[in-house]
Design a protein around this ligand. Sequence first.
Ligand code: E4P
Length: 228
Amino acid sequence: MKFFIDTADLDEIREAESWGILSGVTTNPSLYAKIGGKLADFEGHMAKICELVGPDVPVSAESTAETTEDMIAEGRRLAAIAPNIVVKLPICEESLPATHQLAQEGIRVNMTLIFSATQAMLAARAGARYVSPFVGRFDDLGDTGVEHLMEITTCIKNYDWGWWADEGGCEIISASIRGPQHVVQAGLMGADIVTVPFGALKKCVHHVMTDRGLELFAADWEKVKAGA
Ligand code: E4P
């Protein structure tokens, strides 16, 4: 399973990259607003992320256009920022034809705000390179996000969607991840990718027994040193 980081924060991306685990970056308008991003700096900031992670690491930049024509135009503009830009479009009637057109031009689309298997299959059929089912937002409603992820994963993996064959076809990015348990559940069902906020990614590194074990080793090593 590949790990993406779900953030627009350059320091967080830099640190996750230093761990040697980073295969991609996803951003969205809320994450850009969270770092105090300004409209005029948006494309420049996406360029900085692309440069930071290097040309082989996909970086999703989300379009906020509302019509098919505007999505195509914005998608082309975003894709021109760097070769690793993936245009993120929310699933809707307007974005399906935009995805189809961009895919024909060789521009990769990450179709986001996916909450059902039908949305995911339509996105894949239209030519999306990635589909992003949201897990945590189901849990926020008292529903069970991983059950929906399971349904979506099964439907996507049942077929060859006919696009992006040289890159392995349409991949599932498990999104809206709240913590390590979501990461494990995504792994158990064979999701291709998880995009994880930095805080949750850090939690994935730690375990209370590891911390306890480290303390014990350190204390015993002090004994060894004292006896030397
Ligand atoms: C997907 O790429 C989104 O950026 C993301 O995972 C949204 O999740 P949230 O529910 O934490 O906002």
